[in-house]
Ligand binder design. Structure first.
Ligand code: AHG
Length: 283
């Protein structure tokens, strides 16, 4: 596992450099979900593929930007599912973006996730890494190396409210729930990049991030294997909770297809309890 963590550190500086130096335009290709790809999406994907092709413990990789599984090392133990540059449509306006990694052992489903990491490319590069049984660890990048800055622990309640999707397509229950949090004093913080948005809640001690089912996206937008399950692991290990709109733990999801999405909610205990009440689901 250490070699995977070291590879992710190396990837962070390579993608950071690409963000600073590469063309920000669109490539001529689409990803497996039919979305236009930026040249930076393609470049970041290549950086990650190349890096893991030298990491012997990695049996296979699955990219959010590609359709299938790429087998790398026959005797490897882990499959890494990753989103190479999440929120890449924000790069042209110079907002923070990120990379997300879920490390699975065995079948690709929530309960087989053994470690997670994400990188934030903001004014500084930061990396969060967690394995089972420990709090998420925060690292700050500087001069091609990472220094541990501390561990992440969520408070029982926060004051940030971040909900994605087009509001006119929200269901009534969701709208009422989000409004009720604002009435309670919660503050809106939403950049449109899940990595910086979820990172902000983690580092400010708590709050709620939602990407609900909407009339145009009944299964939400965020992908289970590459985005949702890795962050669910980080939130739970930080002392928070992560569930779907039926009240199921996101770490219990079993995707039928590699690119399946799901409605998802990440937060501290208080906000997730409020969500259960509002959505009428039980623990
Ligand atoms: P993209 O990579 O296409 O910019 O999408 C970003 C993802 C995720 O990072 C973010 O939380 C969500 O899409 C935002 O979607 P909405 O704009 O629909 O809220």
């Amino acid at each position: 596992m250490l070699s995977i963590f070291d590879t992710i550190k190396d990837i962070a500086f390579k993608i950071e450099y690409a963000i600073q130096t590469e063309d920000l335009g669109y490539s001529s290709s689409e990803n497996s979900s039919g979305e236009e790809q930026l040249k930076l999406d393609v470049k970041s994907d290549l950086i990650i593929e190349k890096a893991f092709s030298k990491t012997l413990s990695v049996k296979s990789i699955v990219s959010e930007e590609k359709e299938g599984i790429l087998n790398l090392h026959k005797n490897g133990k882990y499959t890494v599912c990753y989103d190479p540059l999440d929120g890449s449509s924000l790069v042209d306006v110079n907002l923070s973006v990120g990379s997300i990694f879920g490390i699975y052992e065995g079948e690709l489903k929530g309960e087989n996730l053994v470690a997670s990491a994400y990188i934030v490319y903001g004014p500084r590069v930061e990396l969060v890494y967690v394995e089972k049984g420990i709090r998420p660890q925060l690292y700050g990048g500087n001069n091609q190396s990472f220094k541990r800055l501390g561990e992440i622990c969520l408070n029982k309640k926060g004051n940030i409210n971040a909900s994605g999707g087009t509001q006119k397509n929200w269901e009534k229950d969701h709208k009422e729930f989000i409004d009720s949090l604002f009435k309670e004093g919660y503050r809106l913080r939403y950049s449109g990049g899940m990595v910086p948005d979820l990172h902000q809640i983690l580092l400010k001690g708590g709050g709620l991030f939602s990407y609900p089912a909407t009339s145009d996206r009944p299964n939400g937008k965020l992908r289970q294997l590459f985005e949702v399950i890795p962050f669910a692991f980080i939130y739970e290990q930080a002392g928070g909770e992560a569930i779907n709109d039926k009240g199921k733990r996101l770490l219990e999801l079993v995707p039928s297809h590699l690119h399946d999405t799901t409605p998802c909610f990440f937060g501290s205990k208080y906000e997730i309890d409020r969500l259960r009440e509002a959505y009428g689901v039980t623990k």
